[in-house]
Design a protein around this ligand. Structure first.
Ligand SMILES: [Zn+2]
Length: 454
């Protein structure tokens, strides 16, 4: 059997042209499984040919329209003929792109060599925005090499290589940066008011050789406001041209405006809430992440369980621990940092006596236990202003933990840039990927309905 695929084009002024695109043939007898339906190669060829026909007639029509002078309706002269290559998702197309002289009715003020190029105005990058967005989105999800390979496998948009994916992603990131700088706070409706919560955290990635340190910091975050889907942001502070506008834009998009309260939940690294505070130029409420406190208490409990397992003769101190650690969790959950600090101090005093009561074999494990208590005590002291009544917040259904932002670190930084990926990053390169990845995960990059499946 034989199928002929034809494309019928009708111009704006009614002319009809028919192009034969392809002929697919299959033998009637002796059909093999591979010959059922169209093959990937045939489909790619078909798409490329359809795209070539559509793009070249589209550009012809566009140039034709551009030749008409809007002022006197006269036809502009063609200055010279040249060809231009346009990269699209469905193939690279070479088109005629003549340069036009200015119309005779225009006063050129003595300049003779002025000409216009309709195509350059339409596609200054010589690539369709959709191709660039797709390359950027894939490059944010996979390595540049893998992204190029995926594109070339399924689409006729060759030649694809990792540097073209990287360059396009960088270009997209620069565009996002420009858009962030332009974002302005808008008044919010009464229903949109209330607390805006910023979950913020950091990740370390490997730096390129020659960078001043071996690792680079990537800051990632998620901004949540009631009634809106979360807005993520990712940046490498050393590679971002304007890290503050990056953070500020995320807040503005979630309805922040001067005077609206912002709560920052972080693990206690002071640079993180400071970044948000500087970005909006207003004080923020900083809350120490409950998840990080609770993990530290958990470690102390595990260390205590280890001491129990050694079957001490005198268990009195350990029985006191079990009660005391429960109380510690309770007082911290209610925001009483002073009591928590005191109760850790008591725990350390009691633990110090265990080797005397139960023998020297307890010395080393008790040292470990003491160290964990001392670390938590320091952590509480350093962050006492950020320890709040978690119980009340929890009761009010307000977030108390960055566990959601931890997911954000994995999503934005670790999955693409983690140390185990063996990739090394320049500050600018890391910044571009973090930024485009955050946009990709939010679905901000692709128009609605065509987002790539996660
Ligand atoms: Zn004119």
């Amino acid at each position: 059997m034989e199928w002929t695929i034809k494309l019928e084009a009708r111009t704006g002024w009614g002319e009809v042209h028919t192009h034969e695109i392809a002929v697919v043939t299959r033998r009637p007898v002796g059909l093999t499984a591979d010959e059922v339906g169209m093959s990937l190669g045939e489909a790619k060829g078909l798409l490329a040919e359809i795209q070539r026909c559509i793009v070249s007639s589209q550009i012809d029509e566009q140039v034709m329209c551009a030749r008409v002078c809007a002022d006197c309706m006269g036809l502009r002269e063609i200055r010279d003929h040249r060809t231009r290559t346009i990269q699209t998702l469905f193939g690279t197309v070479v088109v005629d792109a003549p340069r036009l002289k200015l119309c005779v009715c225009v006063d050129t003020k003595g300049f003779k060599d002025i000409s216009i190029s309709p195509l350059s105005e339409l596609l200054p990058d010589r690539c369709t925005p959709e191709l660039r967005r797709t390359q950027s989105e894939l490059g944010a999800r996979h390595s540049f090499r893998e992204a190029a390979r995926l594109l070339a496998t399924f689409l006729p948009c060759s030649p694809q290589n990792q540097s073209s994916v990287r360059n396009r992603l960088h270009r997209t990131s620069e565009e996002l940066e420009v858009a962030d700088c332009r974002s302005k706070a808008k008044p919010v409706s009464a229903s949109g008011a209330g607390e805006i919560v910023v979950f913020i955290d950091g990740a370390h990635i490997r730096a390129v050789p020659g960078h001043q340190s071996r690792h680079l910091d990537v800051t990632v975050g998620k901004v949540e406001a009631r009634g809106r889907p979360p807005r993520r942001f990712g940046l490498a502070p050393k590679g971002a041209e304007r890290p503050l506008s990056n953070v500020r834009a995320a807040l503005v998009e979630q309805g922040w405006q001067p005077g609206r309260p912002v709560t920052v939940i972080s693990d206690g690294e002071p640079a993180l809430p400071n970044l948000v505070q500087t970005a909006i130029n207003e004080p923020v409420i900083h809350i120490l992440d409950w998840f990080h406190i609770s993990m530290r208490i958990r470690h102390i409990e595990q260390s205590m369980a280890g001491l129990y397992a050694m079957k001490p003769a005198n268990t009195a101190p350990l029985d006191y621990f079990a009660w005391s650690i429960d109380r510690l969790r309770h007082v911290l959950w209610n925001g009483y940092h002073e009591e928590a600090w005191q109760s850790l101090w008591d725990l350390q005093n009691v633990a110090g006596g265990i080797p005397q009561l139960n023998g020297v074999r307890f010395e080393r494990p008790v040292q470990g236990f003491l160290r964990l208590c001392a670390e938590l005590r320091g952590y509480i002291r350093n962050n006492e202003d950020a320890i709040v009544c978690y119980h009340q917040r929890y009761h009010d259904k307000r977030p108390v933990s960055t566990s959601r932002a931890e997911g954000c670190v994995d999503e934005i930084a670790n999955a693409r840039m983690a140390k185990k990926q063996r990739m090394r990053w320049s500050p600018r390169g890391a910044h571009h990927v973090a930024q485009v990845r955050a946009a990709t995960l939010d679905g901000r990059l692709m128009p609605l309905g065509v987002q790539l499946a996660a």
